[in-house]
Ligand binder design. Structure first.
Ligand code: HEC
Length: 553
């Protein structure tokens, strides 16, 4: 059966089942604007090559992936008439000659793409591929999971620092606010948080074995992940470029009108992007501490439709009314608002008891603000964890449940905690996987808590009724940042490592990994249940873009 008959069959099946044909599937059946074959002299027809079309002067790039026969096609309604440049992504390969074409209405431009082995493989590897390639124990490699949030591992392996130099370089890194990236280093006010060079000696010794301090060329072979195959190639990816390299779209939510709202991790803005008109509206957020790092992390709607955000090192929570753009601020009281403060995440079930929760990375305090009285309370729940006096525990996300109890994801080891809203009793639970390092959470309608195991490379679902964890393994080296369920029960996960969006069916264990066209340091997971099939929005945190991933099935 050729792919055209297969497609019409699946479309017929969709009609029989009484479903509307999805926009993405309808696109695929439509006339192609640009289509062709991807081949290389070494491999013949190539599957899983990401082909990107970019119209001159546009902020939009559209990508498709070649199928098992090496065929790729851009649906006509995705590429308005104009002049397009084509690029490809397939680790180990480059285009043998530049490719460009004109799209003219109603006609298919045929562009066959010839690939040749790349002369610059290091420049093409993802963090996952560096992790696969470098020597070292699991513990040694795991330390690098603390480097990939601000930049890729490439600059580490390409460097020539010896052990002593590394101790100082790492200390300098640990003094940067999490909102930093190389185009905008942002030193923290709290200098003590960087520690001393000497405390990084063990890591420094390891780093000097994987870089070019002692050798001209790496002694280890560079490995690449297999390219996408089968269902993972059936996707359209649209990248919307944002105007400044210092914009870091962190958390993303879509409103009912289809606008994409994001928190800017590198600047003081909450922004609204309309993918239909391509209009970007940036709402300025107040600076509270002129010398502290700038940028916001979390963004979420409360029950009344207000957007809540944190301001990290600026030490305040805030709301923005999406209809008017009006903002309101809730700064931490001055007595606690010192240089160490890094507020992030808001527990948002104040419809229950008028209280919002948040937490401070710098001190490990959990705060609760009474919106009626303006009073703040604080708690230090990690004191109850094993050997708390000697262990530097850290909490990543906090989230409220339906009773406005607070759930806590512990990031250095991986405990899951709860603070009871009424009794203030603290309970810690231990997931089955050791050193899981819990990161982002989702509260399910039934009260189950979904949490990513960053180092554990799994998604865990915790049932508070039975106090049991169920864990789902992700593809090797995914190191998930965040994961959410969609309306069909599939789990979607973001990664800062593989440049592939993961979609996992927990019933069958089937995993698709949609390959991204470019370096996509993902933080958020916005599952768009309004589309059929479900689609996925994510920010490219280091590449100032908003990315829409639309599977064809
Ligand atoms: C909080 C953000 C952040 C983290 C985390 C981070 N870096 Fe960096 N890194 C930066 C910034 C900003 C620059 C560019 C400015 C500079 O070099 O100081 C940089 C540059 C570098 C460079 C190139 C400059 C040089 O001196 O060689 C290396 C190598 C490097 N980082 C290594 C690391 C390692 C190793 C880790 C993990 C242990 C790490 N970084 C973690 C922010 C970070």
């Amino acid at each position: 059966m050729n792919s055209t008959t297969m497609l019409s069959l699946s479309a017929a099946l969709a009609v029989v089942l009484g479903q509307a044909v999805s926009p993405a599937l309808a696109d695929e059946q439509a006339h192609a604007a640009i289509a062709g074959q991807v081949t290389s002299s070494t491999d013949g027809a190539m599957e899983g090559v990401v082909v990107t079309a970019h119209q001159d002067g546009s902020i939009v790039s559209v990508s498709v992936v070649s199928d098992a026969k090496g065929h790729y096609a851009f649906p006509e309604n995705r590429l308005p008439p104009g002049h397009y440049t084509l690029k490809i992504r397939a680790a180990g390969y480059d285009l043998s000659a530049p490719a460009a074409t004109n799209v003219v209405g109603e006609q298919t431009s045929n562009v066959d793409l010839k690939l040749e082995p790349t002369k610059d493989l290091p420049n093409q590897l993802t963090d996952a591929e560096w992790m696969m390639s470098i020597p070292g124990t699991d513990d040694q490699k795991a330390a690098l999971l603390n480097c990939t949030s601000c930049h890729t591992l490439e600059r580490i392996v390409l460097s020539t620092h010896n052990v002593d130099e590394w101790t100082h370089v790492v200390q300098r890194m640990m003094g940067y606010g999490a909102v930093s990236q190389p185009v905008k280093p942002q030193p923290m006010l709290d200098r003590a948080r960087a520690g001393t060079p000497e405390q990084y000696r063990k890591l420094a010794e390891y780093l000097a074995t994987i870089n070019l301090s002692a050798v001209d060329k790496w002694t280890y072979p560079l490995k690449t992940l297999p390219r996408a195959t089968g269902d993972s190639t059936r996707v359209i990816v649209t990248e919307y470029s944002l105007p400044r390299p210092t914009i870091e779209p962190h958390d993303i939510v879509r409103d009912k009108d289809g606008n994409i709202w994001y928190s800017d991790f590198g600047e003081m803005f909450v922004s609204k992007f309309d993918p239909k008109t391509l209009k970007l509206t940036e709402y300025p957020i107040k600076d509270f501490k002129p010398d502290a790092p700038v940028g916001l992390l979390s963004l979420a709607f409360d029950k009344e439709g207000l957007l809540w955000f944190d301001t990290m090192y600026q030490g305040s929570l805030g709301t923005i009314d999406p209809k008017t753009g009006a903002t309101k601020y809730y700064p931490l009281p001055a007595k606690w608002n010192d240089n160490r403060v890094q507020l992030n995440f808001v527990g948002l079930r104040h419809d229950v008891d008028n209280k919002v929760w948040t937490k401070d990375v710098g001190t490990g305090y959990i705060y609760r603000l009474d919106l009626a009285t303006g009073d703040w309370q604080r708690f230090h729940p990690t004191d109850l964890l094993p050997d708390a006096a000697h262990h530097h525990y850290g909490i990543y996300q906090v989230i409220s449940d339906a009773q406005n109890n607070l759930w806590l994801a512990e990031f250095s080891e991986g405990y899951l905690g709860k603070i009871d809203a009424k009794t203030l009793q603290v309970t810690w639970y231990t997931p089955p996987t050791a050193h899981a390092r819990l990161r982002r959470m989702e509260m399910r309608p039934d009260g189950d808590i979904v949490v990513t195991e960053y180092r554990g490379n799994k998604v865990a679902v915790f049932d508070p009724k039975t106090e049991k964890f169920t864990e789902y393994s992700l593809p090797p080296y995914t190191y998930p940042y965040r994961a959410n369920f969609d309306k069909n029960g599939d789990i979607w996960a973001s990664t800062m490592s593989t440049d592939r969006v993961v979609r996992l069916n927990p019933q069958t264990g089937q995993t698709d990994q949609y390959p991204m066209p470019s370096d996509t340091n993902m933080r958020t997971v916005y599952v768009d249940n309004s589309t059929n099939p479900v689609s996925f929005w994510v920010g490219s945190n280091h590449d100032h873009a908003i990315v829409h991933v639309e599977p064809l099935d």
